[in-house]
Design a protein. Structure first.
Length: 400
C-alpha cells in the first residue's frame, strides 16, 4: 500500500481547491489534487476542512471533576472584586487536596482524556499540584495516564507548586521528587508568595530545577487583579540569564490587562528577548492577557482549557473549538482574520508555545490531524462540534 490513510476531498486552510492527503508511518507524505487510491484506509472529507489536531496549552488535569468536592467558595473569591481575591480563592481550594488519592483521580483523568480524543485534542500540557496536602498523588496519576494514552493524547506532565514554595514548607523538595518520578515540565506560580523576595526566590528555585534536570518551564504568572505584580518580568530575566529561550511558557498573565502602556511595551520586548510564549485562558477569569497585541508583536500565543469542573471553573469538555468560540467573545476577536488567529491559537501557535515540533499540515509534518464536519474555520468555531475523524501518529483514533 502507498499509504496507511488517504484523505480525499479535503479542504485545507491554505488552498481553496480540494486535495488528497497521503499518510504513511505517522507522517504526511503527500498533498496533491489527486492521489491514487492505494491505502489501507480511505477517508472522504466531503469537501470539509482538514487541519492539524488541537493543542491544549493548559489543563489542571489532576483536578478535573472535583467541583462538588472542593465547593464553590474558591470560585467566588477568584472571580469577584476584579480578581483581587484570586489568592484567597487558591487558599480556599487547597484544603480538599488532603483527600487526593489515585483511586479517584485516575478515573477522572481518563474521563477527561477520552473527551480529548473525541474532540481531537491530541496534545495537553497537564498540571498536577505538588504540595504537602496533595503530596505526589496527582503527579503519579498523570504519569500513569501519560503512558496509558501515549498513542492517543500526548500529556506533558507539569510538577506544579500551586500553594507556593516559601508559603508551603516541603513543597520544594516534593517538586524535585516529582521531577525524578518523571514529570516533563517544571511548574511555578511565584505571584502567590507574600513578598517580592519570595516571588524572586520561587522563580529562581524552579528555574534552577529546570536547568539541573534539563526541563522546560511553565509558570502561572500575575494571575490576579493587581497591576503591581511583575513576576512575568522576573521569569523573562531569569530565562535570558540561563539561556532557556524557547523552552519557557507563561500562563495566564491576567494582570497584563491593567499594566500601563509603556510598561507593557517594555515587557513585550523582554518576552521576545527571552523567547517566552504565552497560554491564555480568558474564559476562566474576568481578566486576560493582551492576546492580540502579543500576536501582533510576534509572540507565540496559544489557548488552554485551564479547568474542567473544578474549584475555579464549573464547566469544560476538553473541546478546544469551544475554547476558541468563548475566546472570540471575551477577547472581541470576531472578524474572519481574528477567527484564523484563534484557530492558530488552538493548533500551530499552541504547538509552538509548547515546543511541539512538526505540528503542521505539510509534507513531512506529523500526521496528527482532524477531519472536521464544517467547510471552514468560521463554521468550525461557530458550531464547535466534534471532528468527524481524529488521526494521531497516522492512526485513526476516532471514538465510534
Amino acid at each position: 500500500m502507498s499509504y496507511d490513510i488517504l484523505i480525499k476531498n479535503a479542504k485545507t486552510r491554505k488552498c481553496e481547491e480540494l486535495v488528497s492527503i497521503g499518510i504513511k508511518d505517522g507522517k504526511i507524505t503527500a498533498i496533491e489534487k489527486d492521489l491514487k487510491e492505494d491505502a489501507r484506509q480511505i477517508i472522504d472529507a466531503k469537501g470539509n476542512l482538514v487541519t492539524e489536531s488541537f493543542v491544549n496549552g493548559h489543563l489542571h488535569l489532576d483536578k478535573v471533576y472535583t467541583f462538588v468536592m472542593a465547593g464553590e467558595t474558591a470560585l467566588k473569591e477568584y472571580n469577584d472584586n476584579g480578581m483581587g481575591g484570586a489568592m484567597t480563592g487558591i487558599e480556599r481550594a487547597a484544603d480538599f487536596k488532603s483527600a487526593y488519592d489515585e483511586s479517584w483521580i485516575l478515573p477522572n483523568v481518563r474521563k477527561a482524556c477520552d473527551l480529548a480524543v473525541k474532540y481531537g485534542n491530541t496534545h495537553i500540557r497537564a498540571f498536577a499540584d505538588v504540595d504537602t496536602k496533595a503530596r505526589l498523588e496527582g503527579v503519579k496519576s498523570l504519569l500513569k495516564a501519560r503512558e496509558e494514552y501515549k498513542d492517543r493524547v500526548e500529556l506533558q506532565v507539569v510538577a506544579f507548586p500551586q500553594d507556593g514554595i516559601a508559603r508551603e514548607p516541603g513543597a520544594k523538595e516534593l517538586i524535585r521528587q516529582a521531577i525524578e518520578l518523571g514529570a516533563d515540565v517544571v511548574g511555578g506560580i511565584p505571584w502567590i508568595e507574600f513578598s517580592r523576595e519570595d516571588e524572586q526566590d520561587h522563580v529562581d528555585s524552579m528555574c534552577a530545577y529546570a536547568k539541573e534536570y534539563d526541563k522546560p518551564i511553565s509558570m502561572l504568572l500575575d494571575d490576579v487583579g493587581d497591576a503591581e505584580e511583575r513576576t512575568l518580568e522576573m521569569l523573562c530575566k531569569q530565562s535570558i540569564a540561563m539561556g532557556w529561550q524557547g523552552r519557557v511558557t507563561a500562563q495566564h498573565c491576567r494582570a497584563m490587562e491593567l499594566y500601563p502602556e509603556n510598561y507593557f511595551r517594555k515587557l513585550v520586548g523582554l518576552m521576545k528577548k527571552a523567547g517566552i510564549g504565552l497560554i491564555s485562558d480568558p474564559h476562566t477569569g474576568p481578566l486576560a492577557a493582551r492576546v492580540k497585541d502579543l500576536l501582533a508583536a510576534g509572540i507565540h500565543v496559544g489557548l488552554g482549557q485551564d479547568d474542567i469542573q473544578d474549584a475555579y471553573y464549573p464547566y469544560g469538555e476538553c473541546n478546544m473549538l469551544q475554547i476558541a468560540f468563548l475566546a472570540s467573545h471575551l477577547l472581541r476577536m470576531m472578524t474572519f482574520d481574528d477567527m484564523e488567529l484563534l484557530y492558530d491559537m488552538i493548533t500551530t501557535e499552541a504547538a509552538a508555545v509548547l515546543g511541539i515540533e512538526n505540528h503542521e499540515l505539510k509534507v513531512g509534518g506529523n500526521a496528527d490531524l482532524v477531519v472536521l464536519d464544517q467547510p471552514d474555520v468560521y463554521h468550525a468555531i461557530w458550531y464547535h462540534t466534534a471532528p468527524a475523524y481524529v488521526i494521531r501518529k497516522g492512526v485513526d483514533i476516532t471514538l465510534k
